[in-house]
Design a protein around this ligand. Structure first.
Ligand code: ADP
Ligand code: MG
Length: 615
């Protein structure tokens, strides 16, 4: 039998190789623009027609090519950017594989015009399907112009794989953003047919970000970016992260290293964790983060179209990144917090946190309802109260409400003397000028302006922190129930329930196993204010199960949040001045008082400056 292996002709080999590098018009755009950047261009003009199917043109004012180089550029593995394997570890250019132009020329009709500054004449080369059709001297500007026409003209199968114009255009824009955002010192003009879709003068990163994404919402973008900057001998990190309240479902998230876009799931996690509890799980923050590292410490030589990059010092950089973001968020989070605008003001942080107190056994009078007819009478408010409250003497301590016990709950624990003491201290500081709006928001003055607080969310945050502490450090109070209900579980659920049972006991549930995957609910957390305990337990179980599937999510947080939401004071509930002060007091004793655990905003600040501007 004769031998059967033979080498493929160049045209076929190139076409196969092109499949790797050039998948769609967006890949062509990426390769050409990256070449222009590598050639030192300061101005790059892009023109596409029919979503790049019929034309992709990239014109630059970079260093241009000699006639020989222009011809060589279309050969496979022809590059001016590296000479040996060693150079791979000191890369400063976007390209280095020498494959792109060969690949493009294998699957499209290419016209190249290029001239170096010192050359009198430039060169024109026409190539299509790897064959050179024309090569001649021409008059042309310094720099390089590539026209790529009729992409995949000779590969119908690939052409058929292309998606609708809109989809292809969005791929093109994705690639464009990845380059334009990290080359803000380069001017770009971008024409889609006759429409100019971008005209970006050379500027800085911030202006570039705003002019790309803030086109229709410029104001918003200027307000939302928080600066991050840190420099160590391992890495310099700078850029911008979005304020939590601008988080969105499909956020703009960009990492760059040494001028190159990268994906980095591990660092991405660091960013998300820094926002922990500030944003909803379904949303994600915007970020534009630029890393500079010694090129020897990264490996970008993984795959021509992959954007993952390996870092030698990944863990250390993770921590540096995380700290930088937390610092930026922390700075911004410092709402004019503790400078309340009254004398002898609420100095809550010095108050002994309730969670450090191990509560003694409590006694209950199950028939006592502090809000029932015979019990405590809620103080009502009117304008006199609201504005006179500041001058007035505080109400006696006994009439103040403990927020950790829900006002609707049928029974209320008697407090230990320590807690009483705290209540008194608190009430004395409650000579605050608060105003409840729509029975939903609390308005309170601070030195530098006005705070508006969502009462339900504030209470959710307070209770969440309390339940978390109880689960992890102390122990919650139990209120025994008069008529225990029975919780019945499937075998599956029961297995999981047993795992979270100790946590539930710590927050105050008294659950007695009855066998057969059933439990008698003999007692519930003192703070709990729900009529349907069984439903709550099932809900909590369900959410905790989902949480358990995510290794980074915390079951304690899931349980605490479900409980806090079920127990929190609701909108529509009228509050006395003292109740409001107490709520504010406890809210600002929380480490993260600006957001609910699931990232909803609790406090909004109107600065004095903003208020004055209105008049
Ligand atoms: P690579 O970028 O990996 O080197 P390419 O196939 O993209 O490979 O380009 C081959 C070579 O052609 C480059 O190394 C460079 O020398 C030259 N070249 C390509 N585009 C330009 C350009 N716009 N300006 C100047 N030289 C260019
Ligand atoms: Mg290249």
């Amino acid at each position: 039998m004769s031998d059967i292996i033979h080498l493929l002709p160049d045209s076929v080999a190139n076409q196969i190789a092109a499949g790797e590098v050039i998948q769609r018009p967006a890949s062509v755009l990426k390769e050409l623009v990256e070449n222009s950047i590598d050639a030192g261009a300061t101005f790059i003009q892009i023109v596409i027609k029919d979503a790049g199917r019929t034309l992709i043109q990239v014109v630059d004012n970079g260093k241009g090519m000699s006639e020989t180089d222009a011809r060589m550029a279309f050969e496979r593995h022809a590059t001016s950017k590296i000479k040996s394997a060693d150079d791979l570890f000191a890369l400063r250019t976007m390209g280095f594989r020498g494959e792109a132009l060969a690949s493009i020329a294998a699957v499209a009709q290419v016209e190249l015009r290029t001239r170096r500054t010192d050359d009198e004449l430039g060169v024109l080369i026409d190539v299509a399907g790897t064959r050179v059709f024309k090569q001649e001297s021409v008059q042309c500007d310094t720099g390089t112009s590539f026209q790529i026409k009729n992409l995949f003209f000779n590969v119908p199968a690939r052409r058929r794989f292309l998606k609708s114009d809109n989809v292809e255009k969005s791929h093109i824009l994705t690639e464009f953003y990845r380059i334009a955002l990290v080359n803000s010192n380069v001017s770009f003009s971008f024409l889609d047919g006759d429409d100019e879709i971008f005209n970006l003068p050379a500027s800085n990163n911030k202006v570039r970000i705003e002019s790309i994404f803030g086109k229709n919402a410029k104001k918003k973008w200027q307000q939302q970016l928080l600066n991050i900057e840190t420099s160590t001998n391992l890495v310099s990190i700078y850029g911008y992260v979005g304020k939590p309240e601008y988080a969105q479902k499909s956020a703009n998230q960009y990492f760059f290293v040494n001028g190159r876009y990268m994906r980095h799931p591990y660092f991405h996690k660091a960013v998300l964790l820094a926002y922990n509890q500030m944003i909803q799980a379904s949303e994600s923050p915007n970020y534009f983060i630029y890393f500079e590292v010694d090129p020897q410490t990264i490996d970008i030589n993984i795959h021509p179209t992959k954007t993952e990059i390996k870092f030698e010092n990944e863990q250390a950089i993770w921590s540096i990144l995380s700290a930088a973001i937390k610092e930026a968020l922390g700075k911004f989070n410092i709402v004019p917090s503790i400078d309340f605008d009254q004398e002898g003001a609420v100095d809550m942080p010095t108050r002994m946190p309730v969670e450090n107190v191990r509560p003694p056994q409590t006694n209950f009078n199950p028939n006592y309802n502090p809000f029932g007819n015979s019990g405590y009478k809620r103080p009502t408010l009117d304008w006199e109260d609201l504005y006179g409250g500041f001058e007035k003497k505080a109400e006696p301590a006994s009439s103040s409400i403990d927020w950790e016990s829900n006002i609707d709950s049928p029974v209320s624990p008697t407090f230990s003397s320590i807690e009483k003491q705290q209540e008194i201290e608190h009430t004395e500081s409650a000579r605050t000028e608060n105003f409840q709006y729509k029975n939903r928001f609390i308005l309170t003055g601070i030195k530098s302006g006005l705070l508006m607080i969502d009462q339900q969310r504030a209470h959710t945050r307070i209770l969440f922190d309390l339940f978390m502490t109880q689960m992890e450090k102390s122990h919650g109070l139990t209120q025994q129930v008069l008529f225990p209900e029975t919780l019945e579980l499937s075998a599956d659920d029961d297995l999981f329930f047993e795992q979270i049972l100790p946590d539930l006991q710590r927050v105050g549930f008294d659950l007695e196993p009855l066998g057969n995957q059933s439990y008698s609910v003999n007692g519930i957390p003192a703070q709990l204010g729900t009529s349907s305990v069984i439903n709550l337990l099932l809900d909590m179980l369900e959410k905790a199960k989902t949480t358990a599937q995510d290794p980074t999510a915390s079951i304690h947080e899931s349980i605490s949040l479900t409980l806090a939401e079920a127990s929190s004071l609701k909108a529509g509930q009228r509050l006395s001045n003292e109740e409001m002060s107490d709520l504010i007091d406890r809210l600002f004793a929380c480490a993260n008082y600006n957001f609910t655990p699931d990232g909803k905003k609790i406090v909004s600040t109107f600065t004095l400056e903003e208020l004055e501007k209105r008049f």
